[in-house]
Ligand binder design. Structure first.
Ligand SMILES: CC(C)(COP(=O)(O)OP(=O)(O)OC[C@H]1O[C@@H](n2cnc3c(N)ncnc32)[C@H](O)[C@@H]1OP(=O)(O)O)[C@@H](O)C(=O)NCCC(=O)NCCS
Length: 162
């Protein structure tokens, strides 16, 4: 893990990230979140992790909310299936959190599908908590917001104070 390098994404990383995400079982949903615009216009708040030989190991796409300077959004994070459970995802989130805090951020937010146990489990492990406020109900054992993105599109809204 110590030989990994963390750097900013470039537009040329988009195709590699799409290939990585496409290889995952759940890739169909996540793939839509990896649009090329993120690799053109949000590179200064996002991260790429490479192996020494340049192989893509992981990425984090994030941004600071335009309407609230205290909030930073973790849009999408992913780690190569063969490199998981080694702390790389956590390192990506902590880098994002450190920069958000330094920029005046006080809170991180993320959104997940209620049936995505890996995403909810990971985000909870790195300090996010699901919003159980008004409008939420338990779905797949997690407080979630039904129809949040339209009919049948339930989501878990997660937040972490910085
Ligand atoms: C979620 C993901 C980014 C985690 O990356 P990772 O590098 O394996 O994460 P870490 O090794 O830093 O894990 C940190 C902690 O998160 C928790 N965690 C990680 N993967 C988990 C899983 N599949 N299920 C439940 N908890 C999990 C564990 O508590 C872990 O600590 P541990 O290994 O000491 O038990 C990776 O599994 C992934 O790319 N998944 C597919 C894409 C995805 O679901 N992205 C999230 C959308 S926001």
């Amino acid at each position: 893990v110590s030989s990994l390098s963390f750097r900013r994404p470039a537009e040329t990383d988009h195709a590699r990230v799409v290939r990585l995400v496409h290889g995952w079982d759940g890739g169909r949903r996540l793939r839509r979140l990896a649009a090329r615009s993120w690799f053109r216009h949000f590179t200064t708040t996002s991260w790429i992790v490479d192996e020494p030989d340049g192989r893509l190991v992981g990425f984090l796409i994030g941004y600071h909310a335009a309407d609230d300077p205290e909030v930073a959004i973790l849009h999408l994070i992913g780690v190569d299936q063969n490199r998981r459970r080694r702390g790389i995802g956590r390192q990506l989130v902590e880098r994002f959190a450190d920069e958000a805090r330094a920029a005046g951020g006080r809170r991180l937010e993320a959104v997940a599908w209620p049936d995505d146990r890996a995403a909810v489990g990971f985000l909870t492990a790195v300090g996010f908590r699901p919003d159980a406020g008004p409008g939420s109900m338990r779905l797949y054992g997690t407080p979630a917001h039904p129809d949040f993105e339209g009919e049948g599109e339930d989501r878990v809204l997660l937040g972490r104070d910085l």
